[in-house]
Design a protein around this ligand. Structure first.
Ligand SMILES: [Zn+2]
Length: 390
């Protein structure tokens, strides 16, 4: 049912309930029908003419605010907000708040809804003031109030404030999703610190992120970056390899860094062993390419055969391109020209395809975003796997 349909059903149900609830004689009922607010009939008239928006306005006007219609007004206000008609939602919630006989519980409930209206309208200062005011007393809506405050500070990118409230929320109502979010708030602070060359702060914030969420890949990569900056390549390798255990889908993102770190300290032995182990568990185009490049340094034929075998088991366009690249290097004249054209065409195809996709909403793009630009969820954008990806 559409939201408009829900509006209408609400009002018709209310009206029918009102009439049936009277249990009067036909004559008395006729008299009482005369008392039905004229706005109600105005609403029906609009409805019959197909003017849904006007009908809703008239119905809202006809509905007196009292204890019996409180929930309906609250629902209506929320529906208006979801529909994007924020001013109507604000009006309804403010008229509810103006009621002198509103209980303390209902007052806080309406304030919560009004804060949501203000946030939707971009009136963040008013929303913050209202929420902080309601949050001073512990209520049954504590979870919703704290969650809204976290949303608000996240939107404002006030990471310190967001962390403070998110920690309180996590302490009282722990969830994995909230822990992930809290970790990313720390990562945002760490990222700012890196930009300002404040590496000690960055280290502390990445550590705090890991404390909040042990599976935070972003913090692990961030910590590795701090170690690389400090020349602690062994520690960086340890962190980067841990990404495979946290979420192997992110492995393609760290392969180049792992290779560079190994080169600085131990050469390629441990690196190749790591790649081989991971390939057996979680094959990807980046792993195949990295291993093929290494094999090609000693034995090109072996490297080509390795790619062919891998392509049979794990076909990807990137793997195919790597194979063409190797064959192109061995060919001359006309063959080399043809292979170069083919290579460039595949390159264009790969460049035109998105590399990352949000597992929550399906948003895709060429860059790795730690917060999905579309659905705003944290850590849900990951490398694309399959024929056109990894
Ligand atoms: Zn998304």
């Amino acid at each position: 049912m559409t939201e408009w349909g829900l509006f209408l059903v609400l009002f018709l149900a209310l009206f029918i309930g009102w009439v049936l609830g009277r249990r009067r004689s036909p004559k008395a009922l006729k008299e009482e029908l005369k008392q039905v607010p004229s706005d109600y009939f105005r609403g029906l008239n609009h409805l019959l003419k197909g003017q849904q928006s006007e009908a809703i306005d008239a119905f809202v006007d006809s509905l007196e605010v009292n204890s019996e219609t409180f929930d309906i007004h609250l629902t209506l206000g929320n529906l208006f907000r979801k529909k994007g008609e924020i001013q109507k939602a604000i009006n309804i919630h403010q008229s509810l708040l103006a009621r002198p006989d509103l209980s303390a519980r209902d007052t806080r409930l309406v304030q919560l809804e009004l804060a949501s209206d203000f946030m939707s309208a971009g009136l963040l200062d008013r929303a913050e003031r209202l929420l902080l005011n309601v949050a001073t007393r512990k209520t049954e809506f504590q979870k919703e109030i704290l969650a809204l405050l976290v949303d608000l500070y996240e939107f404002e990118q006030s990471w310190d404030k967001a962390i403070k409230i998110a920690e309180q929320l996590q302490l009282e109502f722990p969830t994995k999703k909230q822990a992930q979010r809290l970790a990313h708030f720390h990562c945002e602070l760490a990222q700012d610190a890196v930009k300002g060359d404040r590496w000690t702060v960055a280290f502390q914030e990445y550590k705090a992120a890991i404390s909040a969420d042990l599976d935070c890949v972003r913090a692990t990569i961030g910590l590795a970056d701090v170690y690389i900056h400090q020349g602690r390549f062994r520690d960086a390798i340890k962190e980067l390899k841990a990404v495979a255990d946290q979420d192997h889908e992110f492995l393609p993102v760290v392969i180049t860094k792992i290779k560079e770190c190994y080169r600085k300290v131990w050469g390629s032995g441990g690196y190749i062993k790591f790649l081989q182990d991971q390939l057996a568990k979680h094959p990807s185009a980046t792993l195949i390419k990295a291993l093929a490049e290494h094999y090609a340094e000693d034995d090109k034929e072996f490297a080509e055969q390795f790619i062919i075998d891998q392509l049979k088991a794990h076909p990807t366009i990137q793997g195919f391109q790597e194979l063409i690249d190797m064959q192109r290097a061995d060919s001359k004249g006309h063959d080399e020209e043809n292979l170069s054209v083919l290579y460039e065409l595949i390159e264009q195809l790969i460049t035109s395809k998105p590399k990352y996709r949000c597992r929550q909403c399906g948003f895709s793009g060429h860059q790795l975003h730690w917060q999905c630009p579309s659905c705003k969820s944290w850590g849900s954008v990951k490398p694309i796997h399959g024929l056109e990806g990894e």
